[in-house]
Design a protein around this ligand. Structure first.
Ligand code: NDP
Ligand code: GDR
Length: 363
């Protein structure tokens, strides 16, 4: 029997890493597109690496970019995938205000380029397509909780680009009969989350404050509320969507909401810290010896020109039709992220003690 072949764009990202592992466990041959970078950018998938000199490999990487149609067509032609998961994106909302055109090109037109590759190569009946859509589409929310029928109101160049990607996916499904689905995923996190997203920024900073490697955690809007799940749970659903009789669009969420402030407090409690909230320009830094409290300060540079204040998803349709249920609770998610970042901070503390200079280049 032929092995199923899957192609993942964004394989070096958080979801790409979990999805590649998941599909390999299911027996797939997994192809991933990675960008050329001046430093190694495969940390999250190095454990899956297979020597290119070995026959019958099941995990294969290709250089490529969502802004390059000819490259995408060639890769899709070579692989003839049964399933494509389009996870690649400039995925940072705040960065999209700085690089709006690049974000539109990658996140909006990049999706069109893959769908066109399927059509140009005549793979409409063979290749199923998953689009990484997002709760950011709801932006200025029109209804609480948000479902598949809640109107969209995007609030950033990222969300506007993803709105184009959402509709072009629906359009190619209706126009050309491609099995194409949108997963409208609410925020999902893990120890593999990029260091500049708020959850990872918090767990990383608290671990470093605890070990005396960092003085203070600077954040923006503490009142923003999000529906946070675990990435490992959510990639299973991405696969499930492509295994149904008919293609459809689904909200994937936990149905529970916390504020950024609550995330900080719960994460701090995990490592035995409490928080001293401070305005900008705080004098005191690090753990206050008198109170045992970590300092968290507001830095307006992290405020967004237009903010998404509250997101809360209703995943009833996915539960009903896909039989999907998130397994990892919010508390377990925070605990796992805190534990992993504490390990990393302990390693850095050891290196520092041994006399090496520790650099801190993450904001
Ligand atoms: P990450 O930022 O961790 O990963 C993004 C991936 O896209 C990386 O592999 C990155 O490569 C790649 N990429 C960026 N630009 C390009 C490009 N021009 N061409 C090819 N690849 C590119 O994101 P996540 O894993 O968290 O998210 C996966 C997808 O799901 C994204 O599309 C995101 O917008 C969407 N999403 C995420 C949610 C979340 O909460 N995580 C929620 C809803 C949607 P490199 O490693 O080289 O930078
Ligand atoms: P989001 O995630 O914008 O929801 O997009 P992020 O973690 O960046 O922000 C969540 C909320 O926290 C507030 N916030 C801060 N955010 C960051 N990054 N840094 C800070 O210092 C900070 N302080 C407060 C933000 O203002 C925001 O309200 C993520 C991405 O993964 C998208 O790709 C995905 O589509 C959506 O989730 C669903």
């Amino acid at each position: 029997m032929t092995r199923k072949r899957a192609l993942i764009t964004g394989v070096t990202g958080q979801d790409g890493a979990y999805l590649a592992e998941f599909l390999l466990d299911k027996g797939y041959e997994v192809h991933g597109i990675k960008r050329r970078a001046s430093l190694f950018n495969t940390d999250r998938i190095d454990h899956l690496y297979e020597d290119p000199h070995v026959d019958d490999r099941r995990f294969i990487l290709h250089y490529g970019d969502l802004t390059d149609s000819t490259n995408l067509i060639r890769i899709v032609q070579q692989i003839q995938p049964h399933e494509i998961y389009n996870l690649g994106a400039q995925s940072h909302v705040q960065v999209s205000f700085d690089s709006p055109e690049y974000t539109a090109n990658t996140d909006g037109l990049g999706t069109l380029r893959i769908l066109e590759a399927i059509r140009i190569l005549g793979l409409e009946q063979q290749t199923r397509f998953y689009q990484a859509s997002t709760s950011e589409l709801y932006g200025l929310v029109q209804e609480i909780p948000q479902t598949e029928t809640t109107p969209f109101y995007p609030r950033s160049p990222y969300a506007v680009a993803k709105l184009y990607a959402y509709w072009i996916t629906v359009n190619y499904r209706e126009a050309y009969g491609i099995y194409a689905c949108n997963g409208i995923l609410f925020n999902h996190e893990s120890p593999l989350r990029g260091e500049t997203f708020v959850t990872r920024k918090i767990t990383r900073a608290l671990a470093r404050i605890k070990l005396g490697l960092q003085d203070c955690l600077y954040l923006g809007n503490l009142d923003a509320k999000r529906d946070w799940g675990h990435a490992r749970d959510y990639v299973e659903m991405q696969w499930l969507m492509l295994q149904q009789e008919q293609p459809d669009d689904y909200v994937i969420a936990t149905g529970v909401q916390f504020s950024v402030r609550q995330f900080v407090e719960i994460a701090a409690a995990e490592v035995g810290l409490t928080i001293a909230w401070s305005g900008s320009g705080v004098e005191e830094k690090g753990i206050n010896p008198a109170t045992g409290q970590a300092i968290v300060a507001i830095d307006p540079r992290y405020f967004r020109p237009t903010e998404v204040e509250t997101l809360l998803g209703d995943p009833s349709k996915a539960k009903r039709q896909l039989g999907w249920e998130p397994r990892i609770s919010f508390e377990q998610l925070v605990s796992e992220m805190m534990r992993e970042d504490l390990h990393l901070a302990e390693r850095d503390a050891l290196i520092k003690q041994a006399g090496y200079k520790a650099f801190d280049y993450f904001e």
